[in-house]
Design a protein around this ligand. Structure first.
Ligand SMILES: Nc1ncnc2c1ncn2[C@@H]1O[C@H](COP(=O)(O)OP(=O)(O)O)[C@@H](O)[C@H]1O
Ligand SMILES: [Mg+2]
Length: 271
């Protein structure tokens, strides 16, 4: 009970002076960031800026250097049982899509979300409720027809939506997405972004990690610019994003276009 109360008042994510090494190289440098519940945020940065490393910090695949006043707290807690954590945070990365077993069927993929596993095993007791909720999730995401199709025989967009269903079936508070629309065609991209928007409208918090400004839904207001493992800017989308900052971030002259809350960048014209 005490825990429930504290998780209500604590920010969802508190990262304090986190330095993270990969091999012998420091990839995130003394990074501090807080994200409150309901404050969907995009972490925007070029290739190699440390976005995927940041994600692995949230999923507990990587840990920061230990030191006084250095920590990563999720929902107010530093120590997590990994299974418990996975039921609260839905994480979808390209690594996961690559690693997913090809023979697992659509329904099994969604069901596996209840067990935070990659596949459904015999020892996991699947209840009628699990089946009903999985079917309902497939219907909601427009993938009911993929019920019996193996993962390896789905299109990229279908695979991505199935993995999203797997992450959402547990009704997580946070959804963490790494370049979610990479490789999707226009229709699949729009469908996917709509599901993310629905999640935000239902009260969920999205952490989007990307270098594509076109996949930032209008609902995401906060932008953190990440460059060479450091936070370059952190603030409201309307205040932070402009031609100059994005050109510095991406080390290329760019021009930002706006359309009804959506963004796109193009090459800036010379002069
Ligand atoms: N397994 C690894 N071992 C050593 N260095 C790595 C490893 N993975 C990533 N890096 C390095 O860490 C930096 C940040 O990588 P990453 O977090 O994947 O960036 P991004 O997702 O923004 O492209 C890069 O310089 C990359 O070369
Ligand atoms: Mg990456």
């Amino acid at each position: 009970m005490v825990d429930m109360v504290s998780s209500k008042v604590s920010p969802l994510i508190q990262i304090h002076h986190a330095t993270v090494y990969r091999g012998t190289q420091a990839v995130l440098h003394d990074l501090s960031l807080e994200i409150a519940q309901g404050c969907s945020t995009v972490i925007l940065g070029p290739n190699g800026s440390g976005k995927s490393t940041f994600m692995k910090l949230l999923s507990r695949e990587l840990y920061p250097v230990v030191g006084p006043d250095r920590y990563v707290r999720l929902m107010g807690k530093e120590q997590w049982n990994v299974w418990e954590l996975r039921s609260q945070i839905g994480i979808i990365s390209a690594d996961m899509q690559q690693a997913y077993p090809a023979r697992t069927t659509g329904l099994e993929i969604i069901l596996s979300g209840f067990f935070s596993s990659m596949d459904v095993y015999d020892h996991q007791s699947i209840s009628l409720r699990h089946r009903t909720e999985s079917s309902e999730m497939m219907r909601r995401l427009g993938i009911a027809h993929l019920r019996d199709r193996p993962f390896g025989k789905m299109s990229t967009g279908e695979q991505r939506r199935a993995l999203l269903g797997r992450a959402l079936v547990h009704e997580p508070q946070i959804l963490v997405l790494d370049e979610p629309t990479t490789g999707l065609d226009v229709q699949a991209c729009f469908q996917y972004l709509q599901i993310i928007r629905d999640f935000i409208h239902r009260g969920g918090t999205v952490i989007l990690v990307t270098h594509h400004v076109h996949e930032i839904p209008p609902e995401i207001d906060r932008v953190v610019l990440l460059k060479q493992g450091r936070i370059m800017e952190d603030g409201l989308k309307g205040d932070i994003l402009n031609d100059h900052r994005l050109s510095v971030l991406f080390e290329a002259p760019v021009h930002l276009l706006h359309h009804r809350g959506w963004l796109q960048i193009v090459q800036a014209s010379p002069g």
